[in-house]
Design a protein around this ligand. Structure first.
Ligand SMILES: Cc1cc2nc3c(=O)[nH]c(=O)nc-3n(C[C@H](O)[C@H](O)[C@H](O)COP(=O)(O)OP(=O)(O)OC[C@H]3O[C@@H](n4cnc5c(N)ncnc54)[C@H](O)[C@@H]3O)c2cc1C
Length: 717
């Protein structure tokens, strides 16, 4: 298969993403086929990254994730606007574009920041050092490259709350047209209605092309216990159990980068720096105008001048970090690490919100744990992009429901339910082979998780040091408010009812995997509310929807960081377009809402810069550039790389921890020794070996040759 361009090598391969040597040959072959299938790998559609930036841009976008890739792609469409996108990670490997490989790259340092919280006071008590693990995408496309692809907006009430928090212009009526504008919904007329969905936008949306039978049977079970079932959680009936729509196109993951950035590949005004870490935004002498962005690339520091605006989109954890590194934030936090305050904004890094979950493991006594991936299903995907590889298995099922503690109006659901299992992501290739070669007689298993949608606990993001290459300090503070525990326990009761339905119990033999949860069983009677309250604190499910750490709000709100046009209070030309700017966390997965915010952010920029505004309106009072600074300023960097303690491989835990605790729940799989057999570890040893082999044989492991382009302009190594 020839894709019609010089074949670039974008790593890392799937070979190293499945623990255990038994998988290496098949996964290696599969990876090669995926790379050579042009519709899947889109090897010729990638934007060639630059080797160095130009000195000046109209817009500099920091972070190429859900929000940043959308913002950069949209800004670059405007004729005459020159845009630089700075992304800390590399390009998306073909393997991660396969929906079934949804967890394969967790923990892989080429794609995942692999963050750990500080030791938690209440939650994550059963994990090493009581830290929760947060996978975060460090790759062009950000978390939209490693997320579950579930397309879920907030509920109408969520956006009402944004307006109630004094953010005019963000009501459901305001944001619905934006959601419709960027969608290209393939299911209108079948599962969803045109009243709520759009076509011809960049974000192709549809149900996955494959569902395991169990997905439909879970919906039947939900009906049996009197729960609502709906076809569209983003439509009229936004509550109930459902098979969700996904962010995929033709059976392949549609990250923000694929949707918004790749179409700019031939745009000479769009520049991309990969593997480049933004370290600072520099303000002019009046301290109201950003005029430079500093970043580190291959050990050297660069500064680029900004003619119009900076868009900060490094995500809910790194956006506050970059502001703090720039001296923008609360004085006490800056003083701790010796950074001089440049602009006082007490809310930077505060008010961190995240959903919180608990993983309940179940076995299916009547189903052997055979692999959903084999030569036949692989062929189905490679030839037609169909079959189990084109979906996330049971993870596409979800529910949004009311617990007894939900708002009595019934319109503000406080519980989501996630499912996980039946994922075709690692195999030896033979049909009927066990999922885990070390446990050939194991039964199929999966997890079901209650998720608290309106947590009252708040965390924060701060700094460990002034080194931009260090991880930020992250405190989740999960379950520090007792109401969050109560909601999770209510969710556990719904899941227990579900497991006890005729269809799941009798036909599948669904039965709980029992667990003591540290001291919980010795302290509390089994299956009491007190027992489960203890358990959720022990093996807390640290969800992936971090948000609100630079929240939108009026100037009168001491914690507000941006105004309702996403502009940082007190600055004329820095906007935030990522999860951190949400004023209140939405009731569901966050990607779609973040894309909507970025789309709107670009609208605000266009309103300002394309209309006939005065120079003062556009630039504010501090419109002069700081004198005497040339861009780019290339200096040798003095930063050392220290990300603090990190656990090399795991989705939630270290390799050693998995081995010692084979019963530990995992949100994407069940229990039963899967850690030994399945993908969730990354093996640094074999990875490094592969990397060196590829280097030796002239394959470019990190960011591709793009040899058809001028060597001097583009990143080659
Ligand atoms: C495992 C997982 C599963 C999820 N599942 C779903 C789901 O199914 N559906 C859904 O809607 N949402 C899901 N989410 C949540 C959703 O993907 C995220 O909320 C969303 O992608 C965050 O978007 P963002 O733009 O705020 O940040 P990100 O997408 O994280 O983007 C930030 C980008 O900035 C880059 N960056 C950071 N620091 C710097 C720096 N200093 N310099 C340069 N670049 C930098 C990062 O590398 C990254 O690319 C999931 C998230 C995860 C992690």
């Amino acid at each position: 298969m020839n894709c019609g361009c010089a074949e670039s090598y974008i790593g890392p391969p799937l070979t190293d993403t499945c623990g255990g040597g038994a998988f290496v040959i098949f996964m290696g072959l599969l990876d090669s086929f995926l790379r050579k299938k042009c519709e899947i790998s889109e090897i010729c559609q990638r934007v060639a990254p630059r080797l160095s930036p130009d000195s000046e841009y109209d817009f500099v976008v920091i972070g190429g994730g859900s929000g940043g890739a959308a913002a950069a792609g949209k800004l670059a469409q405007v004729e005459g606007w020159k845009v630089l996108l700075i992304e800390a990670g590399g390009d998306e490997p073909p393997g991660s574009q396969v929906p079934a490989m949804v967890v394969n790259y967790f923990g892989n340092p080429d794609l995942d920041w692999n963050y750990q919280t500080e030791p938690e006071p209440v939650a994550c008590q059963g994990f090493p050092e009581k830290r929760c693990t947060w996978p975060r995408g460090k790759v062009l496309g950000g978390c939209s490259v490693i997320n579950g692809m579930m397309y879920t907006r907030g509920t109408p009430r969520d956006y009402e709350k944004w307006v109630q928090a004094d953010n005019p212009g963000w009501s459901y009526e305001d944001v619905l047209p934006i959601f419709k504008r960027f969608e290209d919904n393939q299911d209108i007329g079948s599962f969803v209605e045109a009243k709520y969905h759009g076509v011809n936008g960049p974000l192709t949306t549809s149900r996955f092309r494959h569902q395991p039978q169990l997905a439909f049977d879970v919906l039947r079970a939900a009906e049996e216990i009197g729960q609502n079932v709906t076809d569209d959680l983003n439509g009229e009936k936004y509550m109930g159990f459902s098979i969700a729509q996904s962010n995929t196109r033709h059976g392949v993951r549609l990250s923000s980068a694929r949707a918004y950035v790749r179409p700019q590949r031939n745009n000479p005004n769009f520049h991309l720096m990969l593997n480049s870490t933004a370290s600072k935004i520099l303000l002019g002498s009046g301290k109201r105008q950003a005029n430079m962005v500093e970043f580190i690339y291959k050990g050297a520091t660069y500064r680029v001048r900004v003619r119009k605006e900076v868009v900060l989109a490094a995500g809910a954890l790194n956006t506050p970090q970059i502001l703090l590194l720039s001296g923008i934030g609360p004085k006490e936090e800056l003083e701790k690490v010796g950074i001089a305050q440049v602009h006082n904004l007490p809310g930077v890094g505060r008010n961190l919100q995240n959903h919180v979950a608990f993983y309940m493991g179940y076995k299916l006594e009547n189903r052997p744990a055979t692999s959903d991936l084999d030569w036949a299903t692989a062929l189905d995907y490679i030839l037609y992009q169909n079959g189990p590889m084109s979906s996330t298995g049971l993870s596409q099922v979800t529910a949004r429901i009311n617990s007894p503690y939900a708002d009595p109006s019934g319109t503000d659901p406080d519980l989501q339910i996630f499912f996980a299992g039946y994922t075709a992501n690692c195999a030896t290739g033979s049909i009927g082979d066990p999922e885990d070669p070390e446990h050939p007689l194991a039964k199929k298993d999966f997890t079901v998780s209650p998720v608290a949608l309106h947590p009252k606990s708040r965390g924060y993001v701060g700094l460990h040091s002034s080194n931009p290459l260090d991880a930020p300090k992250m405190v989740a503070n999960y379950l520090s408010h007792p109401d969050d525990v109560r909601v999770l326990v209510a969710g556990i009761r719904v899941i227990q009812q579900l497991a006890n339905t005729t269809i799941l119990r009798e036909s599948y033999g669904m039965a709980p995997d029992h667990e003591e949860y540290g001291e919980c069983l010795s302290k509390h009677r089994k299956d009491t509310d007190a027992f489960w309250s203890c358990a959720v604190k022990y093996y807390t499910g640290p969800e992936n929807h971090q948000a609100c750490s630079c929240k939108m709000g009026p100037k009168s709100d001491p914690l507000a960081v941006v105004d309702n046009k996403l502009l940082i209070h007190g600055l004329n030309n820095v906007r935030i377009m990522d999860a951190s700017a949400m004023p209140v966390l939405v009731s569901g997965n966050t990607h779609a809402t973040i894309v909507m915010m970025a789309e709107r952010g670009v609208d605000f920029i266009k309103e300002k810069w394309l209309e006939a505004n005065t120079i003062e309106e556009r630039l504010g009072q501090d419109s002069q550039r700081s004198p005497g600074v040339q861009a780019p300023v290339k200096q040798s960097a003095s930063y050392s790389f220290n990300r603090g303690p990190s656990f090399p491989a795991a989705f939630q835990h270290s390799d050693a921890f998995h081995r010692q605790n084979p019963h530990l729940p995992n949100p994407y799989f069940g229990y039963n020794g899967k850690y030994a057999g399945l993908s969730v570890y990354y093996n640094p040893h074999s990875y490094n070996q592969a990397k060196h082999q590829h280097k030796d044989s002239d394959l470019d492991y990190s960011t591709k040759p793009y040899s058809s382009r001028r060597k001097t302009d583009y990143e080659q190594f």
